[in-house]
Design a protein around this ligand. Structure first.
Ligand code: FES
Ligand code: FE2
Length: 362
């Protein structure tokens, strides 16, 4: 069995649990971050040195929003070789990823329908995955095709849940729907990922304590840009959120006239383009209701390759994504927030987003 959490968790014995790994990564990106076990944490703000004390019992974690339906990145193409079985948690479920003998990627629920063994400890045999406990074989669609010690008919319930998979532009994606419905939209193509005039993908990954919807809502929350990201002005009219079906778009015009566009494809995938400078394929996968795994692939025109690290730091660093991390970690979700003029189209965003909760448990 291998895990897909190579960078952040390899040093810690505690990293075998998702919670341990998330905590560890959160502490890496936010030194001094609150942990579940800490009863009291003190921090000082960078600019004025003011003391901030947080008693952990006063900060409920945000687990109220369900896991939305949609396409999500499971693992990166480069991480899954033939013969590997990657075990991971996503959409609040234990899952495995592997390739059939012909190379086709598969995502299954991890636990065997027989007596519940974890298939991550099994083996790939031809077009099947073989359970480590009693040797049952499951085919590409999750149906059991062989029980080595039983010659009667294989029960129809002997099947493991399999997911619709699509592999493109560096990611293996799977479709999750709480009511098991078929995909309702297609994944985007990223021409930059296969263009010699663009760099290879620069990969950036981390895990964050946040509900997926809260992270996405940030993109229309223009008022926070000034206070969290230290942008000089609230963009207001210079940013526009529009949507069509499962797709949404934010176009922002910066003060120097430069535009950037963020296309969103359901809850798990976004493509941000700043012309002639950068394309970001951002995949965000809910591990569970309260934590997300981010795997972001940055592409740059070859002429901008020397700026890559700086640009990535700008998006993900102290005044970029990292500035949002403690807010998401400690906030709660208000169904009926008190909103004012200048807040951005939070209501429009939430109306659009509600479509992804079909059949979800509240
Ligand atoms: S638990 Fe998988 S074959 Fe028995
Ligand atoms: Fe933000």
């Amino acid at each position: 069995m291998t895990t897909d959490d190579k960078a952040p968790d390899s040093a810690s014995p505690d990293a075998t649990s998702t919670a341990g790994m998330v905590e560890q990564v959160t502490r890496m990106v936010m030194p001094g971050a609150r942990t579940h076990n800490a009863s009291r944490k003190e921090t000082r703000s960078g600019t004025d040195g003011k003391r901030s004390v947080m008693e952990s019992s006063l900060a409920p974690r945000n687990h109220t929003l369900p896991v939305p339906n949609g396409w999500y990145a499971a693992v990166c193409t480069a991480d899954l070789d033939g013969g590997d079985i990657i075990s991971f948690t996503a959409v609040d479920r234990a899952l495995v990823a592997f390739r059939d003998e012909d190379g086709t990627a598969r995502i299954f629920d991890a636990h065997c329908p027989h007596l519940g063994a974890h298939l991550g400890g099994g083996r790939i045999v031809g077009q099947t995955i073989k359970c480590p406990y009693h040797g049952w074989h499951f085919g590409s669609d999750g149906k059991c095709v062989e029980i080595p010690y039983c010659d009667t008919k294989i029960p129809s319930k002997a099947r493991v849940r399999s997911y619709v998979v699509d592999e493109k532009d560096g990611f293996i994606y799977f479709w999750y729907h709480a009511g098991d419905k078929v995909p309702t939209y297609e994944l985007p193509r990223i021409p930059e990922a296969n263009d010699a005039e663009w760099t290879e993908a620069h990969e950036w990954r981390t895990d964050i304590v946040a509900a997926l919807q809260e992270m996405a809502e940030n993109n229309v929350d223009y008022a926070h840009l000034r206070f969290v990201h230290r942008r000089e002005a609230v963009p207001g009219d210079s940013s526009v959120f529009t949507s069509e079906g499962p797709f949404a778009k934010v176009v922002e015009t910066l003060s120097d006239g430069m535009k950037f566009t963020r296309h969103t494809y359901g809850p798990g995938i976004a493509v941000l383009r700043i012309p002639d400078m950068m394309t970001l394929l951002a995949t965000t996968t809910p591990i569970d209701r309260g934590t997300c795994r981010l795997r972001w692939h940055f592409f740059f025109p070859q002429a901008m390759a020397g700026m890559a690290e700086e640009l990535i730091e700008g998006v993900t660093g102290t005044y970029g994504l990292q500035a949002d991390v403690p807010i998401w970690r400690d906030k709660v979700y208000w169904e009926k927030p008190v909103l004012v003029k200048g807040d951005g189209d939070i209501i429009g965003f939430r109306r659009w987003y509600s479509q992804f909760y079909e059949d979800a448990d509240a």
